[in-house]
Design a protein around this ligand. Structure first.
Ligand SMILES: *Cc1c(COP(=O)(O)O)cnc(C)c1O
Length: 381
């Protein structure tokens, strides 16, 4: 059919470039280690979260039934927000349906056509979409390079408001942003600073509250975003901010206003997850020790892991085909670690991204490092 011709053409291009994505079913029974899961603290399947979710579901039902601005605002949502605010040491917190929804709701609420966004080049796809949706002027500074950020800040010109966007732990590289320098520049240039802490929340910092707190990045111009779907083991997301900014977002963030509230059982599970993390912050520390061990083993085999300093460890490969072949080699040995290819990462920077979780023992990590060394030697390009 002619109207669908472009779909065939586009799919052909994707296939030729070895960039085809599929929805695979992974039979985890045959898997010794799943390295693509973000369940960093192994909370998603924990008895604790399951029990709490069941109780909440019995109490509130399954769905939240409406947006929080209508009748969907339940006590469990308020309780969860209070806990997040305390944890992140902010005045308040605001829940969103997911991290993607938080980003595409908050950024366009804060900045528009007359404003400017200056973001790290490697920010998550949801933040790129948020920037485009906002219609603000959008500049991207070189990854983790405050001097390049400053270059744009100095040329801010007639734009009204300015927001700087970064992640604290980067999702594809596992490295950490120079938050102190970035915060200083934000203060100097009257900019807002939006930090996506999807991967540092629950792992780093006091009570696992993230890197921004660990680095003492505080102040009214700082907005911290985090997900409930990764270390916390549930689903949904939040921003932690001042009362005034929250009030503003409740009035302006379209993905909050026009979308149903988080299912109450999920909110209850997230609350239990956060409380567990606050009382067990050694869990995140242990995870980081294990990730460091894994990196050290890889470096011994001359395998490049970029500047990773977190539980996310990219094993750099380059060519898409080779990344897929090494991923298959690992899968044949019961290790699930998927190749990440363009456009998620730049051209010729295909990699296998290992997300280390507490399910992985040190013995397994050592074994996988050895398997990778074998794969690099044996797999044909
Ligand atoms: C996963 C992720 C998101 C999206 O969060 P979801 O809750 O999965 O929608 C946003 N930002 C970053 C950096 C992420 O890694």
């Amino acid at each position: 059919m002619k109207a669908l011709k472009f779909i065939e053409e586009e799919l052909e291009i994707i296939a030729v470039q070895n960039q085809e994505r599929t929805l695979k079913l992974h039979n985890n029974e045959n898997i010794k280690g799943d390295f693509s899961s973000k369940d960093y603290l192994a909370l998603a399947g924990s008895e604790l979260l399951i029990e709490v979710a069941i109780e909440a579901m019995k109490k509130y039902g399954v769905g939240a039934r409406a947006s929080r601005l209508l009748s969907g605002n339940l006590p469990i949502h308020m309780e969860l927000e209070e806990e997040i605010a305390l944890w992140k040491r902010k005045e308040s917190a605001l829940l969103f349906g997911s991290g993607f929804l938080a980003n595409i709701g908050v950024i366009p609420a804060l900045v528009g056509e007359k404003d400017i966004i200056i973001a790290d080049r490697l920010i998550h796809a949801s933040l790129v979409d948020a920037a485009l949706l906002s219609r603000a002027k959008f500049f991207r500074f070189n990854h983790n390079d405050p001097s390049h950020l400053e270059f744009f800040l100095k040329r801010r010109g007639d734009y009204k408001n300015c927001i700087i966007i970064t992640e604290s732990v980067f999702s594809m590289d596992g490295d950490i942003a120079p938050l102190k320098e970035i915060k200083q520049l934000a203060d100097q240039h009257d900019a807002l600073l939006y930090i996506d802490e999807a991967h540092s929340t629950g792992i780093f910092g006091p009570e696992g509250a993230g890197i921004a707190l660990q680095e003492n990045i505080v102040g009214e111009n700082v907005i911290l975003m985090g997900t409930l779907s990764k270390a916390i083991g549930a689903y949904g997301a939040f921003v932690a901010t001042s009362e005034r900014v929250k009030k503003f977002l409740v009035n302006k963030a379209r993905s909050l206003i026009y979308s149903t509230a988080i299912p109450p059982a999920i909110a209850a599970a997230a609350l239990a997850g956060i409380r567990w993390i606050r009382n067990n912050s050694e869990a995140g520390k242990k995870l980081l020790v294990n990730a460091k061990l894994f990196r050290e083993k890889l470096h011994n085999y001359k395998i490049d892991t970029l500047q990773s300093a977190s539980q996310i460890v990219p094993v750099m490969i380059g060519q898409n085909g080779l990344a897929l072949a090494i991923s298959r080699f690992l899968l044949e040995r019961q290790i699930l670690a998927l190749a990440i290819r363009p456009p998620t990462v730049p051209q010729n920077k295909a990699r296998i991204r290992f997300s280390i979780t507490l399910k992985h023992t040190q013995e397994l990590l050592i074994e996988v490092a050895l398997l990778l060394a074998e794969a690099f030697q044996n797999v044909k390009r």
